[in-house]
Design a protein around this ligand. Structure first.
Ligand SMILES: O=C(O)CCC(=O)C(=O)O
Ligand SMILES: [Fe+2]
Length: 358
């Protein structure tokens, strides 16, 4: 008979349970046959399950170590600040990371991004966005991908390269992405008891890359909720005229637009704009999931602009109910776990880890 662990158990429980015999073991909906020999145990689990287990382990570990909620976080997250975010739909967060913390994040992000697997994933994603999934599948190596994108690059028609979920490739980044400090800010600003980490995403604007089009993040995420935000952490210094985010003030509360308006109409003049301007690593901006935002391109003479972003969703949110769930530019980031849960399901999956209460 198969053992079922149902909800996620601590890694030690799962492995201890598996050591009891050569039984088939269910971890979520995945069936594994767990071997008796200790050295072969890890190989018995599929990569999705191992990932889910190590994400859960990182959530448990960060309770004791990295990026704790500081006294200054509690002080800075005042009623005025929360009201400002509620009204405008974005917020500047100075010194959310200390110089040591951000320098370690930056080093790790650079290392992970330069792995062959990651480079290929970033290029293929861009091909998928520009040319479709079939063309992306056909480009099986870095050279083929680069050749496919060359024309668009020359014409400045690529906004950035985007790498999803680096936290699944690095323990260090998992600790930061699931840290009590970021969870504290996300849950306080959304006004919810607890949040889940939805995804992280690295935006690399290379010299010559174009502008980021106006969009709101909930338009690209699979959730049937309004309780979603993104923390945007620059990893390179950005000058006054550089490519930090521009926000349409109050656009997250503009219910009249989808109700009465045409989403394709020219919205220039509808909102006052806020330009973030100069920003340095260690500082961040955060925006609500419906806040419209964009950024300018980077001149051919550079410099490279790198930003690491983290998306958080309120615990209890449900998945979208219709086919549009799969029909989205960012589907590669979530399709594994979303397919397992199914349309309309409550989001409760170890790959969207529930973060500690602040
Ligand atoms: O960095 C950019 O240009 C885009 C970032 C973005 O859209 C986001 O963080 O939601
Ligand atoms: Fe965005």
């Amino acid at each position: 008979m198969a053992l079922s662990f149902g909800a996620l158990m601590p890694l030690s429980h799962v492995l201890r349970g598996s050591a009891r015999g050569n039984e088939p073991v269910m971890f979520r909906s995945h069936l594994h046959t767990v071997a008796l020999r200790p050295e072969s145990r890890r190989q018995s689990w599929c990569s999705t399950c191992l990932l889910a287990m190590s994400t859960a382990a990182a959530v448990r570990q960060t309770r004791q170590c990295e990026l704790r909620v500081r006294e200054e976080d509690r002080r800075k997250c005042s009623a005025e600040v929360m009201l400002d975010f509620e009204r405008k739909g974005f917020l500047r967060m100075p010194e959310i990371l200390s110089p040591e913390e951000v320098s370690s994040v930056r080093k790790t992000v650079y290392a992970v991004r330069s792995s062959d697997e990651c480079v290929l994933q970033g290029l293929r994603h861009q091909i998928r966005v520009q040319f479709g999934a079939e063309d992306a599948r056909a480009c099986s190596d870095v050279a083929a991908c680069r050749a496919k994108l060359r024309g668009l690059e020359k014409r400045g028609q690529i906004s950035f390269l985007q790498y999803f979920n680096l936290h699944r490739r690095s323990k260090k980044l998992r600790e930061v992405a699931t840290s009590p400090r970021l969870a504290f800010w996300a849950s306080r600003l959304l006004g919810v008891p607890r949040v889940r980490l939805y995804q992280d995403s690295l935006f690399e604007k290379r010299p010559g890359d174009g502008a980021t089009d106006w969009h709101s993040d909930l338009g690209l995420a699979p959730f049937d909720t309004n309780s979603f935000l993104t923390i945007w952490l620059p990893l390179t210094s950005i000058s006054a005229k550089g490519s930090s985010l521009v926000y349409a003030i109050g656009s997250h509360r503009d219910f009249a637009l989808p109700f009465h308006g045409d989403m394709d109409e020219d919205l220039s003049g509808r909102y006052k704009l806020h330009r973030t301007g100069v920003i340095h690593p260690g500082d961040a901006t955060v925006h609500h999931g419906w806040t419209l935002h964009s950024s300018t391109g980077v001149p051919r003479a550079g410099p490279l602009r790198l930003a690491w972003t983290l998306g958080f969703v309120a615990d209890g949110a449900r998945l979208l109910r219709k086919g549009e769930l799969w029909d989205c530019e960012d589907a590669v980031s979530y399709e594994d776990w979303a397919r397992e849960l199914g349309p309309g399901a409550r989001v409760d999956h170890p790959m969207v880890p529930l973060l500690p209460e602040a």
